[in-house]
Design a protein around this ligand. Structure first.
Ligand SMILES: Nc1ncnc2c1ncn2[C@@H]1O[C@H](COP(=O)(O)OP(=O)(O)OP(=O)(O)O)[C@@H](O)[C@H]1O
Ligand SMILES: [Mg+2]
Length: 304
């Protein structure tokens, strides 16, 4: 892939997380994650660079990169298409290590959360079938590898890319949640890095288990996927997607219904909005009051 560790180190050194596009090394933002920011560095236009400023040491970043690689390999052996990728870690500010997951950049207009707005209803229904078929591969892999191995997956629309060729790719591999012999591989404290320090105890106590468990549970993953349609202002598609999913899962679990998905969506939206608001507050305190650096890139950047 087309960037060297020296180039990436320099990119990280001069990057201002408050306003990445204003960086002396030009870049743009492809997407915001809870713990990663997806950047396009102009000098490496074939890459989506997922920046993770989470690690206290090089060793911790190396371990994460290994777990990440094994998560991708396992998703591949489950039968999913994962884009070509590599990882590099560089030194961050204030002694941290920043891991970059470098993934082949895919065309934004082919992401499924965009295609539902641009394609006709037959196309979208077929796409829904295809996404469900990919998710079913993960549940099948989990039942075949029981009890040694269990993979989690975040099935949201913005995690799937349907190319013109018909190939469907899964791109959200940067959070390697998986259980080996019942033991979670991902250190939950890493997820907490992006949370305001004054909130960590509450999140640890109230929300962490829930967030970490939901991606193992087919019913919750499908609920989350359909709830996405509300977020995308496409609620008219919900009944058909419910039917498609219910047909796929009918033998294994209770059918999904509209009411339960709506209430899940309302609660989920509230939690993430609250979380983002608190992260903004944390950033304000750190940068404006304490004069410190704030490592995470948040949606709706302060222009300076
Ligand atoms: N390979 C890629 N090519 C182009 N755009 C991408 C690529 N990967 C991610 N993006 C953009 O960034 C968005 C977020 O990416 P991704 O799903 O990997 O992270 P996330 O879910 O936000 O991360 P996190 O696990 O930190 O919560 C995508 O929905 C897409 O818009
Ligand atoms: Mg995602």
């Amino acid at each position: 892939m087309s960037i060297s560790v020296a180039q990436l180190q320099e990119f990280e050194r001069v990057l201002d997380p408050l306003d990445p596009p204003a960086s002396p090394i030009p870049c743009s933002i492809l997407g915001y994650g809870e713990i990663s920011t997806v950047l396009q560095i102009d000098s490496a236009p074939d890459l989506a660079a997922k920046r993770m400023p989470l690690f206290a040491s090089i060793q911790a970043a190396d371990k994460y990169a290994q777990d990440y690689a094994s998560y991708c390999n396992r998703l591949r052996s489950a039968g999913l298409n994962i884009p070509e990728d590599t990882t590099l870690s560089v030194q961050g500010h204030q002694g941290i290590t920043v891991l970059y997951i470098l993934q082949k950049k895919l065309p934004p207009h082919r992401f499924c959360h965009n295609l539902i707005h641009t394609e006709n209803s037959e196309f979208v229904a077929e796409m829904a079938h295809a996404i469900v078929a990919e998710l079913e591969k993960v549940w099948r892999f989990n039942s075949e590898n029981k009890p040694g191995l269990k993979l989690a997956i975040d099935g949201q629309l913005s995690n799937w890319v349907l190319l013109e060729s018909g190939e469907l790719l899964f791109i959200d591999t940067s959070t390697p949640l998986m259980l080996e012999n019942g033991v979670e591989i991902l250190d939950p404290e890493l997820l907490l890095q992006s949370a305001p320090s004054f909130m960590r105890w509450l999140i640890r106590w109230q929300f962490l288990k829930d967030v970490m468990n939901r991606y193992y549970d087919p019913r919750l993953v499908y609920t989350d996927l359909i709830a996405n349609l509300f977020k995308e202002q496409c609620s008219e598609m919900v009944p058909e997607w419910i039917n498609i999913i219910n047909a796929a899962i009918s033998e294994r679990m209770d059918a999904l219904d509209m009411k339960q998905i709506e209430s899940y969506y309302k609660e989920d939206k509230l939690i993430w909005q609250l979380f983002l608001g608190l992260r903004r507050l944390d950033r304000f305190i750190k940068t404006k009051i304490l004069g410190q650096r704030y490592e995470f890139v948040l949606p709706g950047n302060i222009k300076r």
